[in-house]
Design a protein around this ligand. Structure first.
Ligand code: ZN
Length: 310
């Protein structure tokens, strides 16, 4: 079945500075690989809308949203640093509004059964953005905006968010910790960036801290033991994914030894769960992944498994 592939050309215009790893070329590498792999033929492209202020305010404080809007540079070449590694160029705010709007559109497309699944091929990423704090290349928490929208506008009461980026999804945890309508599962290298905010007793958080050099077999065993039974028991009405691929062995951002096939495997497992519980409904949002060749291969494999083969 055909997949919704949601993006926007303005996502290329977020330019956080020379040599910054979260670069526009990431989107070009994905587009090239989608064509080379033949996956391009199996998706329908959509232009992401801008997220609305109302949609942002479900997960971010109004003062924080105002700060991001007011910090946006108005001159080409100017950078506004919001955090030690998170900067805004003139194109950042328009890109961030589309990136968050993409997950809202993805939710609408799968809830209306136009597509069973959607991949939001957007930047800047979102999972480090907390309710009132920007960090780790993130401004608005794209996946959280989509999940909050699905609860508010589609009445969903059980959403699973799986975050397999190599970094902990501290922003998503900050936003949904204690909200039992959301089961948040985050795997991450530990100890490592961001290093705060992951320890919790909240019953809706299923963190999976893993040591550096974690490889595919160890990752799969941990997911099978700690996540899959819990996700099955939760019986989600929608599965959302923070799809970061910076745990790939070729990615220098971190120190996991995962391979493209491991990302294919976890996507297949999530697709099986979605088929069992929620009519295959999955909305996946791109997070990290900085080695361009590996990123392209991982995304095309992820998309392949989101489409499914059953
Ligand atoms: Zn990451």
């Amino acid at each position: 079945m055909n997949l919704a592939f949601i993006g926007h050309h303005l996502c290329q215009d977020h330019k956080p500075g020379a040599h910054h790893p979260e670069c526009p070329e990431r989107l070009f590498a994905i587009a090239d690989r989608m064509i080379a792999s033949g996956m391009e033929m199996l998706v329908t492209h959509y232009d992401a809308p801008e997220v609305t202020r109302e949609q942002l305010l479900r997960v971010h404080d109004p003062e924080y949203v105002d700060l991001i809007f007011n910090s946006a540079p108005t001159v080409d070449g100017e950078l506004a640093w919001i955090d030690g590694d998170t900067s805004m160029s003139r194109g950042t705010l328009p890109a961030a509004l589309r990136a968050a709007g993409a997950s809202v559109m993805g939710v609408d497309l799968v809830m209306s059964d136009k597509h069973h699944a959607a991949f939001c091929c957007v930047r800047p990423p979102g999972h480090h953005a907390e309710r009132k704090r920007s960090m780790g290349f993130c401004f608005f928490n794209n996946v959280a905006v989509g999940a909050a929208y699905a609860m508010a506008e589609h009445g969903l009461k059980r959403i699973a968010i799986i975050d397999f980026d190599v970094h902990h999804g501290n922003g998503t945890q900050d936003i949904f910790e204690g909200d039992e309508r959301v089961l948040f599962c985050s795997s991450f290298q530990h100890p490592f960036y961001p290093g705060h905010g992951w320890e919790t007793d909240a019953p809706n958080i299923a963190n999976l801290p893993l040591p550096k050099l974690t490889d595919g077999p160890a990752f799969r065993t941990a997911v099978e033991e700690h996540w899959l039974p819990r996700l099955d028991a939760f019986a989600p009405e929608l599965i959302m994914i923070s799809a970061g691929f910076d745990g790939h062995a070729e990615d220098d951002m971190a120190h996991f030894n995962l391979h493209t096939s491991d990302y294919g495997w976890i996507t297949r497992k999530l697709h099986e769960l979605a088929r069992k519980h929620c009519g295959e409904r999955i909305v996946s949002c791109l997070e990290g992944g900085y080695e361009l060749n590996a990123l392209g291969r991982c995304v095309s494999t992820h998309v392949d498994e989101l489409i499914g083969h059953a």
